[in-house]
Design a protein around this ligand. Structure first.
Ligand code: PHE
Length: 339
């Protein structure tokens, strides 16, 4: 009997199953009622008492070997089923629809990137704002005609709540809470009540900047803006500042860059002047510092603000502002390579 078990044991080691059917046949051959193991158990009754211990152990050994082998074969079959030979896993799925970033996002990120390298951090605030943060704290007197400069959307029945017309409101919120030195840029969407056309829209995007410290001069402002212009439009870019007016800055200026389309020679885009306007800026009016809880005797600051659409227009020559908000994929797809 021991010999028979021994033979079965070595037989089990050589078993093979090519598919489920063959595996099942093996299971029946060894483990079923009429299978080899049960047969051995039947014979076991006739084993003399003094050999029972040894034979019993051998039978158990065989049983474990059979079970192990069957499990092993079963696993091998499962792996075989998952075999993907014949499928090319390296092939690119088709059609591929990779999303693109919106051109305004691409340009906004670039602006943020340039200023963050100059040490500015980012601040954001609400689009639905109170009158104080948009106008009052920014030195617009109640009856100041400058309020008309920015055609404001008011919330019905709440004349004190507006859709912000510039992100200067975020500057105000930062000044309220932070201690100088303050160096922030405020990107965001702003609203103005204008008829929608190729050149104007009722909403657009701005990035404004604010720097407040003890010794801040107009020269600092000019140098930062020159660096920005060169980073954004190329190392040959020139800037010029023209006197202007904003209620929140004194002195105030508007900045032009040499037309990046004709290189300053004069073309249709720059109306043959060689210059295009890109932003407003100035030294923060002391009234604004005081209104926002910063002592204007100790601190000075500069601020600037630009339209993201305008910068994008210069970079990519988008002729019609409406394209930015229509979500036409034919337009958006053109920026596939930009980022
Ligand atoms: N807030 C101004 C605007 O919306 C831009 C600006 C910001 C000008 C800061 C000067 C300084 O037109």
């Amino acid at each position: 009997m021991i010999e028979k078990i021994q033979t079965l044991l070595s037989e089990v080691q050589t078993l093979k199953a090519g598919d489920e059917k063959e595996w099942e046949a093996l299971r029946l051959r060894y483990m079923s009622k009429k299978g080899a193991l049960n047969e051995l158990m039947n014979d076991f009754r006739n084993v003399p008492a003094e050999q029972k211990r040894e034979v019993g152990m051998r039978i158990n050994e065989l049983k474990t070997a059979v079970q192990d082998k069957l499990n092993e074969l079963k696993q091998a079959l499962a792996v075989k089923e998952e075999d993907h030979s014949g499928i090319d896993l390296t092939r690119t799925p088709y059609p591929v629809r990779v999303g693109t970033r919106h051109p305004l996002t691409i340009v906004k990120n670039e602006i943020i990137d340039i200023f963050s390298r100059l040490g500015f951090s980012m601040a954001e605030g609400p689009e639905v704002e109170d009158d104080w943060h948009v106008f009052g704290s920014m030195n617009f007197a109640d009856d100041h005609p400058a309020r008309d400069m920015q055609d404001t959307f008011f919330i019905e029945q709440r004349p004190d709540i507006v859709l912000r017309t510039h992100t200067s409101s975020v500057q105000s919120r930062v000044m309220e809470t932070a201690e100088p030195p303050i160096r922030v840029i405020c990107p965001g969407r702003v609203y103005r009540n204008e008829a929608i056309s190729a050149r104007a829209h009722c909403f657009f995007h701005q990035v404004e900047g604010l720097y407040i410290d003890k010794d801040v001069s107009f020269t600092d402002l000019k140098q930062v803006l020159l660096t920005f212009a060169r980073e954004m439009f190329g190392a040959d870019t020139k800037i010029r500042l023209r006197p202007s007016y904003f209620p929140f800055t004194e002195p105030s200026a508007e900045m032009d860059i040499s037309c990046n389309i004709c290189g300053g020679k004069g073309c249709g885009f720059c109306k043959h002047t060689g210059w295009v306007e890109i932003l407003g800026c100035g030294m923060v009016d002391p009234n604004v510092l005081d209104a926002n809880g910063i002592d204007s005797k100790t601190y000075k600051g500069y601020a600037f603000g630009m339209g993201v659409e305008r910068i994008t227009n210069l970079k990519y020559q988008v002729k019609d502002l409406r394209l930015f908000s229509e979500n036409d994929v034919r337009f958006l797809d053109e920026f596939m390579a930009a980022h």
